[in-house]
Design a protein around this ligand. Structure first.
Ligand SMILES: C[S@@+](CC[C@H](N)C(=O)[O-])C[C@H]1O[C@@H](n2cnc3c(N)ncnc32)[C@H](O)[C@@H]1O
Length: 241
């Protein structure tokens, strides 16, 4: 019987932020590889694998059964956090491999299910800003961020822990929301690679918007501000080389 799972670099990085003994939900679990990996490594962990679509839900059930983990992983069919039931008393929620807007709406729609959740680990494929904004507005303070590259894609991982505090110091700027306050400090090569690519893409978009018959002046202004931030960040990277 196989006792380990070869997880992707991306999901291994996500898993590294799940504390020992965690009781967690993996929302949008697909094959349930992440909860199986964690529960095989940590015999004290328990998980709920939530899936909205029947195909991935059935795949998740098959994986959990094949690793003989049905005692510790409960696979549930449902939309977002609605799979969490009173009494589950989860302390972590993981939402990985979706767009930032979807992650944000899953969190917002299921806010009342987060009562015992101390840590949220999000891995938005795009639009991480939306997720950061929701987290800080809802008392989940960013405690770690990571950026990993796999098969030519760059992924951001955001770790946020619940706290009652709301001091002035926790305020986060528009620039930090875009780049990630911790990623901005870590300044890895993947970070610069991502933002060089985003800079070039946004430059092309702004150029097209300026040539449009009807111009969205507000949007152009916002994008131009973002281009300035990106230039600052990229310049910073060059001067550190
Ligand atoms: C691209 S897969 C990512 C799977 C895995 N989390 C990962 O990171 O590799 C996204 C999964 O989320 C599921 N999903 C999308 N929206 C969802 C929702 N509102 N609630 C639960 N699952 C959802 C999809 O069915 C799909 O299986």
């Amino acid at each position: 019987m196989v006792k380990t799972i070869n997880l992707s670099t991306r999901l291994t990085a996500v898993a590294s932020y799940i504390n020992k003994g965690a009781h967690f939900a993996d929302i949008g679990s697909d094959h349930a590889y992440l909860p199986c990996y964690v529960c095989l490594k940590d015999k004290t962990a328990k998980a709920i694998a939530g899936e909205v679509n029947e195909g991935p839900y059935n795949s998740a059930r098959e994986t959990v059964t094949s690793y003989q983990l049905t005692d510790v992983i409960d696979v549930r069919l449902g939309n977002g956090l609605e799979v969490i039931r009173p009494g589950d008393e989860l302390n972590h929620v993981v939402i990985a491999g979706m767009g930032g807007s979807l992650i944000k709406s899953i969190l917002e729609d299921g806010k009342d299910k987060l009562k015992h959740v101390k840590r949220i680990i999000a891995q938005p494929n795009v639009d991480a800003r939306n997720v950061r904004k929701w987290l800080v507005e809802n008392h989940y303070f960013l405690t770690n961020e990571e950026i990993v590259e796999e098969n030519g894609h760059i992924y951001e991982i955001i770790v946020a822990d619940y706290s009652e505090r709301t001091s002035e110091k926790e305020k986060i700027s528009g620039k930090e929301l875009l780049f990630g306050p911790i990623l901005l400090k870590k300044k890895t090569k993947e970070f610069y690679k991502k933002w060089q690519h985003e800079f070039e893409k946004l430059q092309r978009i702004v150029l097209q918007m300026k040539h449009a018959k009807v111009q969205d002046i507000e949007k152009i202004k916002q994008f131009e501000q973002e281009l300035v931030w990106m230039e600052e960040v990229l310049q910073d990277g060059k001067s550190n080389q």
